[in-house]
Design a binder for this molecule. Sequence first.
Ligand code: TXA
Ligand code: MG
Length: 366
Amino acid sequence: MQTKVIKIDRNNIDMKDIAYCADVIRNGGLVCFPTETVYGLGASAFNSEAVKNIYKAKGRPADNPLIVHISDYKMLELVTDCDGEQRNVLNKLAEAFWPGPLTLISHRDDAVPAEVSCGLDTVGIRFPSHPIARALIEAAGVPIAAPSANLSGKPSPTRAEHVIEDMMGRVDVIIDGGNCDVGVESTVFDIAGTKMSVLRPGAVTLEQLLSVVNTADELDWMKPHMDSDEKPRSPGLKYRHYAPNATVNIYDGVRPNLSNYIIEEIKNAKRRGFSVGVLATDESICYYKEVDGVVLSLGSLEDSLQQASNLFHCLRRFDDMGVDMVFAEAVPKGGAGDAVMNRLYRAAGGKIVTVETARDSEGHIC
Ligand code: TXA
Ligand code: MG
């Protein structure tokens, strides 16, 4: 398939280009486009053949449902079928967080083909804030079903170059709209179940959601969800994800022990002939000056939004530089930190090494 790459300036959108891309969507084609979280791989949510092609282009398992993107509340009416308390909650959350990086799982209207939701009676809906995404959906005049525009299992794309790497020859159009701001995928919040629950952490936190709804919890994503036959509430949790080609190892602990431990691990890896990478922070990168490998910073330990926006690009850079093993420091939870740790944890295949802190006889960290 011939893929056309079209550059669009988010601050000065060329509506002729948008009209072209919207036609591709209406005619059953596939368009990759930027959103404020990550790039999406979109097709008309009402065209089941086009939706099936999304799964093919990504190599995505057939039981992992897609998010439907809307650009106004008329579209919301078309894709959801809910009333009473769920409708109430949906309206309140939409008012508080849309347009923005929040996906709501609600009951699906029959107008949305079963392929979008893999046969579930629910549908994930998101009203993105990115001006190019909004212009595209609006011009297409139909909701757009879109997963992240990466090959299944790879880190999500946060820059056009990532999409080109994964999707060239697999889709009709790639819109190059610059870098995504948030950098991790939307928070997925299920309001259709008996208890409202965050299924995937993102930039909108449980704490923020609790300022609008009375009770809600967050799925414990540290529990093993991978390769299980049990039906997970969020089908996406079953799969190893966000993973570069390199093996990712996460270490949690307090510096300097943490860095010393990682440096020892790196020496072992180098002795065994592996090329290494370190995912550090602005505060810790100085500890790895002597490391013969690729040392990257996620950003400041105190700025979880910055960490989120750098994470997937860093993971892809390790691959570009031929790294076999990545040694990553855990970052603090809270804010977007939960989302960063969730993605790292899954890139690592679900394991974290806790580094014990050495203390002196009086209990001080040494
Ligand atoms: O920020 C985002 O959400 C990006 C941009 C493109 O909008 N999209 C994205 O899509 O991350 P994807 O397909 O990579 O992830 C969608 C997640 C998956 O974990 C999927 O299992 C879950 O949402 N999901 C979608 N529909 C669902 C449903 N009806 N019930 C439960 N989980 C659902
Ligand atoms: Mg994805």
